[in-house]
Design a protein. Structure first.
Length: 434
């Protein structure tokens, strides 16, 4: 049995440590190893243009070290999945398309601008020693296909362009897979309820349902029946409403693999569970989260935010977790509309310094030890701690336990290969592997 811990105020960052025996009356966590729930597809981050660009601003040795820190299964976090924007997003160096303006026949379709992203994916695969499975998400259709004739500030996709836009998805998959990138899924639209000052597009419930009924058959006709379509791709608060609206249509439902969601604005974790309970045959995928508002260097509570969200969502049947930008510079960018954020790995470009943030280590408590095809084991007990348990394909058992409180908590864990008595320190996260 091994114990890895990250702890506030100590020089412990995903460090292997000894167990501390309880001295008081412990709280109890009961794991039920025969009650298996969802299968995990993996953990990862977004291959944005900003991330790829930042790695081109530093030397090759540091670039390799940065990629290794995420994708090496032993030295790093063991990432196996990722996300890319279908052409430009706010974390691109500027808005762009894969086609010339007004090319409704898609004759000029060209992904050459994304070559640095493709190169980063291929370099990550060499280090991971396996393909990185990619999810593609659009921030906006081409401006002339929208009723506001603009890539920004929302607008809606015009119905006469549904088929052209669906064909664009096929071209995207064709082009990236032609470069050796494995695309396993797409979402209909990134954040379809957000009117942004950057690339954005609004889909009502009815509009997303209508487009799915075009996109699904288009992917099938192109031979991409195996490519999953996720709807919503926005915050938890409205995910039940959107999922019910789209899946109420039998034709749309047969093309929808599941619901993708983000964490911004709220932590309404029950909405994830409700979505699963309503549609247990469908799937859940977390596709974006980050700490907004700049770099947040060294802020431990950002790590705790990651751990809290990941544990709740995984307990509620989420099958994978994709963080936002892999690498940002010390301003929290570049971002062409100054929507600066934090990433688990920041790069001080001038000094070529790689900084692993508290969030990096918190993610690692999951991604490094919970393997693809792992199954969640049911668990219950105390409300004093956050916890989630998994059975890996190799038979090993993993439990992640987080204590957000100011006090250490004596804990007893029952039901796994061994019973465990331990102290869960204040403001810490532990991963136990049996």
């Amino acid at each position: 049995m091994k114990h890895f811990r990250t702890k506030k105020g100590a020089n412990e960052w995903l460090s292997e440590v000894e167990f501390q025996k309880p001295v008081g009356q412990p709280v109890v966590i009961e794991v039920q190893p025969n009650d298996l729930k969802q299968e995990i597809i993996g953990f990862g981050g977004a291959f944005t243009e900003a991330s790829a660009y930042n790695l081109l601003r530093i030397g090759k040795a540091q670039r390799h070290k940065a990629i290794e820190a995420y994708f090496d299964p032993d030295k790093g976090l063991g990432y196996t999945i990722g996300r890319i924007s279908i052409h430009g997003c706010d974390f691109s160096l500027g808005s762009y398309l894969y086609i010339d303006d007004y090319d409704d026949e898609l004759k000029t379709f060209d992904i050459s601008r994304d070559q640095k992203i493709i190169d980063l994916i291929k370099d990550a695969e060499k280090i991971a020693k396996q393909p990185i499975q990619i999810l593609g998400s659009p921030w906006t259709p081409p401006f002339w296909m929208k009723d506001n004739h603009s890539p920004i500030k929302g607008g809606h996709l015009l119905p006469q362009y549904y088929q052209t836009w669906a064909d664009y998805f096929v071209k995207f998959i064709d082009a990236f897979q032609g470069k050796g990138v494995s695309v396993f899924a797409v979402t209909v639209q990134n954040e379809p309820a957000a009117v942004q000052r950057w690339d954005s597009c609004i889909y009502s419930n009815e509009q997303e349902k209508a487009f799915v009924k075009v996109l699904g058959p288009t992917l099938e006709k192109a031979g991409y029946r195996d490519k999953h379509i996720y709807i919503w791709d926005h915050n938890r608060d409205l995910m039940v409403e959107r999922t019910k609206a789209v899946l109420s249509d039998p034709e749309a439902r047969k093309y929808v693999y599941g619901t993708a969601f983000h964490w911004y604005e709220n932590e309404q974790f029950d909405e994830v569970r409700k979505t699963h309970d309503l549609y247990p045959d469908k799937h859940l995928l977390f596709t974006e989260g980050c700490q907004e508002g700049g770099p947040h260097f060294g802020e431990y509570q950002v790590g705790e935010r990651y751990g809290r969200n990941m544990i709740h969502d995984l307990r509620n049947y989420t099958e994978g977790y994709i963080d936002w930008n892999l690498f940002l510079d010390d301003t929290g960018g570049p971002n062409h509309v100054n929507n600066l954020c934090s990433a688990p790995m920041m790069i001080k470009i001038f000094h070529e310094e790689l900084i692993q943030m508290p969030s990096y280590y918190y993610i690692g408590h999951f991604s490094k030890f919970i393997k693809p095809k792992a199954r969640q084991m049911a668990s219950e007990g105390t409300d004093a701690l956050l916890y989630v348990a998994f059975l890996n394909p190799d038979g090993s058992q993993v439990i992640v336990i987080q204590n957000q409180s100011d006090n250490a908590i004596d804990t007893y864990i029952n039901g796994m290969k061994e019973s465990i008595s331990m102290i869960v320190d204040a403001h810490s996260i532990s991963t136990l592997i049996l």
